[in-house]
Write a protein that binds this ligand. Structure first.
Ligand SMILES: Cc1cc2nc3c(=O)[nH]c(=O)nc-3n(C[C@H](O)[C@H](O)[C@H](O)COP(=O)(O)OP(=O)(O)OC[C@H]3O[C@@H](n4cnc5c(N)ncnc54)[C@H](O)[C@@H]3O)c2cc1C
Length: 335
């Protein structure tokens, strides 16, 4: 270990919603905090996949766009001036004889820390892409794997492929903006929130089930239509479109974090009720944390962050009582 390395109380891997709120809370506990984030910006999935979408399931916030929530989370996460290292992937972890950890990033730089809170989501963000020969040609033109600006779709004929929460969310969000929205799904039962499915079914969205995209047609730059195959009837037909949104989920790839000796379950990391992993001093929060009845929602991460921070603090100072802290009188909030 290099002697000049600064020792942090907690190093948070991942600066998404979970990592940012965790950093805020560790600041409340006066823990010296560092965030290491793979992307060149903070916020994780929310600004990456859905800055314009309205989020409606956070207690006390009736409705907020992904971009606004991210802006507020970043401001809150920076309240106690954590060290923020962007564009950096944590790749290796070594537990030292003194119980502290040495993290190494993809550049070979090292980070010295008493505890680690992993808030890495599904790893570096990557969507499941269409497995069709010419799909790459249309990507970033009018074949989309995420939606950064809803206005792009104004008065367009949009086809959405997918039947999970995100696909149904997008169908409902785009329906008032687009000229038409068609939702294409390989199954015949959806897996989104009941109220969202009902809303979509009662809207002008055209729902095509038991169907998959078989071919993409266009000029090699812009898609103009797709061939869809009904896997039940065997029927094939061509569907004209202006934009295709593919929502087939995410590739969970933790990279080398998967080799750190952490107990894994379904490509996520197993934790107990205090967010503790099988390695003392390492905790997991957000989408990557796995425990019974886990909900991969932002609201859940807002509970997990403080829990992990309190556990990390107790790991550092075992005799200290778990304080019940409230934020009201913190100087950092008084501007
Ligand atoms: C389209 C869509 C709509 C959604 N809508 C809602 C909604 O309405 N309400 C809701 O509550 N939830 C919603 N969700 C889920 C919500 O976005 C996630 O639960 C939440 O973003 C998880 O936050 P996180 O911080 O755990 O992970 P992420 O946001 O994925 O952040 C993880 C961060 O870790 C970084 N990272 C990964 N590996 C490393 C590494 N080795 N080193 C450094 N950095 C690393 C990544 O770059 C990323 O920035 C939606 C998700 C999607 C995709």
């Amino acid at each position: 270990m290099r002697k000049d390395l600064e020792l942090y109380d907690v190093t948070i891997i991942g600066g998404g919603a979970a990592g940012l709120f965790t950093a805020f809370y560790s600041g409340m506990r006066e823990m010296k905090t560092k965030i290491i984030e793979y992307l060149p910006f903070l916020g994780g999935k929310v600004p990456y996949y859905y800055p314009d979408k309205v989020i409606r399931d956070i207690g006390g916030i009736h409705a907020i766009t992904g971009a606004k929530l991210t802006e507020q989370l970043i401001e809150q996460g920076k309240t106690f001036d954590p060290t923020i290292v962007l564009d950096t992937q944590a790749t290796e972890m070594e537990r030292l004889d003194n119980g502290n950890f040495l993290l190494t990033d993809h550049r070979g730089d090292q980070h010295y820390t008493k505890t680690i809170i992993i808030a890495a989501g599904f790893g570096p963000l990557r969507s499941v892409e269409l497995d069709l020969p010419n799909a790459e040609d249309y990507k970033n033109h009018n074949l989309h794997y995420y939606i950064r600006e809803m206005e792009t779709f104004r008065d367009k004929n949009v086809v959405i492929s997918g039947g999970g929460n995100s696909a149904i969310d997008w169908a409902n969000e785009l329906e008032p903006i687009a000229k038409s929205v068609t939702l294409l799904y390989r199954r015949d039962e959806f897996s989104g929130h009941e109220s969202n499915i009902t809303k979509m079914k009662n809207s002008s969205v055209t729902i095509v089930t038991s169907s998959v995209i078989e071919q993409l047609h266009g000029d090699g730059h812009r898609l103009s239509s797709i061939t869809i195959h009904n896997t039940e009837s065997g029927e094939r037909k061509e569907l004209a479109l202006d934009d295709l949104v593919v929502n087939h989920g995410f590739i969970i790839d933790l990279g080398v974090i998967g080799n750190w000796g952490l107990e894994m379950k379904d490509q996520t990391i197993q934790v107990d009720a205090s967010m503790q992993t099988n390695i003392p001093g390492i905790y997991v929060v957000g989408d990557l944390a796995n425990y019974p009845a886990k909900l991969p929602l932002i609201a859940g991460a807002f509970y997990e962050g403080p829990t992990a921070v309190n556990s990390a603090n107790q790991h550092i100072v075992p005799d200290e009582e778990l304080e019940k802290l409230y934020s009201t009188h913190m100087d950092a909030f008084i501007r």
